[in-house]
Design a protein around this ligand. Structure first.
Ligand SMILES: C[S@@+](CC[C@H](N)C(=O)[O-])C[C@H]1O[C@@H](n2cnc3c(N)ncnc32)[C@H](O)[C@@H]1O
Length: 162
């Protein structure tokens, strides 16, 4: 079984299960059994990050919860390619990350492309709240400031009448 170490104080997934989140105390057998059951339920679908509440993406820690998709490793390739293209471009001033989820793409791009305006939007207000938190929590590699990402909701969805 994979070992899961919860190191972050923003460990929302574990805090949702108080008997499991008791730092500096040995868990009871019952709590361990419950924990193993939760892990078994989560792991087959690759959702263990929902238990710890955090997922590393492009060497940055991102808060995750069931309101957002867990950032995928292959998305790092997309971000890497975007950074390469943007650095070669003379006239790229803004990028829109539509369907931002956790904000992992927009926040990472903002970190690596300081001269480019980053907008992030999502139809889900709950996802946008996570993206906003990730934007303000994620510091630059030099630790200077948080990522500047403008997060906005597209507004109510209007359905076309037939
Ligand atoms: C598959 S997730 C991708 C999240 C993130 N970009 C990532 O790579 O981790 C798609 C996101 O798009 C959002 N979404 C779906 N339809 C949308 C729409 N019409 N306008 C804006 N966001 C939308 C969902 O709420 C969800 O957060």
């Amino acid at each position: 079984m994979e070992t899961i170490t919860a190191t972050s104080s923003t460990c929302a997934g574990l805090r949702a299960h108080p008997p499991l989140y008791a730092p500096r105390r040995s868990p009871s057998e019952a709590a361990l059994t419950r924990f193993r059951t939760l892990v078994k339920q989560a792991l087959p679908a690759g959702r263990s990050a929902y238990l710890t509440g955090t997922k590393e993406f492009f060497s940055l820690p991102f808060e995750v919860c069931p309101d957002v998709l867990i950032p995928r490793p292959e998305t790092e390739i997309l971000v890497e390619r975007t950074i390469d293209l943007a650095r070669k471009s003379d006239d790229l001033h803004a990028i829109l990350d539509l369907g931002t989820g956790s904000g992992c793409i927009a926040v990472t791009l903002a970190r690596h492309l300081p001269g480019v305006r980053l907008d992030a939007s999502d139809i889900s207000e709950a996802a946008l709240a996570v993206a906003r938190r990730n934007a303000s929590a994620t510091r630059s590699p030099t630790g200077s400031s948080s990522a500047v990402v403008t997060c906005w909701h597209p507004g109510p969805v209007r359905r076309r009448s037939t």
